[in-house]
Write a protein that binds this ligand. Structure first.
Ligand code: T46
Length: 133
């Protein structure tokens, strides 16, 4: 499984940097922005896949781990740089854990919130991707 890291263009300045995400930085139109914050270090988030949703995760502050599964492979990546986002396509199972104190995970999403787009059970996920092949 390929990790799709997106380099976020930045304007570097001794007084502080600016990260800029414009239209061409990610391969979808942004329909929703949300962010995870005040996450306890023991928390486990995610634990699902999406049928259609594509997302870019950006660690605005601190760090956390993302585990990606596609039914065959599994990869863990630590996100800790605000200028490196992780693109997660649809049909990829994700779990997030190991949040540092003060970590903020901003998510740019290709769609609005839709519970019907979630697959929250791993066995259902494996069946879903097998049936899609
Ligand atoms: C992902 C990680 C990084 C809403 O009502 N609207 C929303 O936009 C969202 C994201 C959630 N919710 C409700 C739905 C659930 O009742 O908030 C509750 C928790 O949502 P969810 O299980 O989606 O939360 P996470 O943090 O486990 O997962 C989310 C994304 O869904 C997921 O795709 O990659 O953040």
């Amino acid at each position: 499984m390929e990790i799709q890291l997106v380099e976020i263009p930045k304007i570097v300045n001794a007084q502080g940097n600016i990260g800029v995400i414009e239209k061409d930085v990610i391969p979808f139109d942004i329909k929703r922005v949300y962010y995870l914050y005040d996450v306890p270090s023991s928390a486990k988030r995610g634990g699902h896949a999406h049928k259609n949703l594509q997302q870019l995760l950006v660690p605005l502050s601190g760090s956390f781990d993302v585990i990606l599964k596609n039914g065959t492979d599994e990869i863990t990546i630590t996100l800790n740089k605000p200028d490196k986002g992780l693109l997660i396509n649809n049909h990829i199972w994700r779990e997030l854990n190991n949040f540092s104190s003060g970590a903020v995970c901003m998510v740019l999403a290709s769609g609005i919130y839709d519970e019907d787009d979630y697959i929250r059970n791993y066995k259902d996920y494996l069946k879903y991707i097998k049936d899609k092949k």
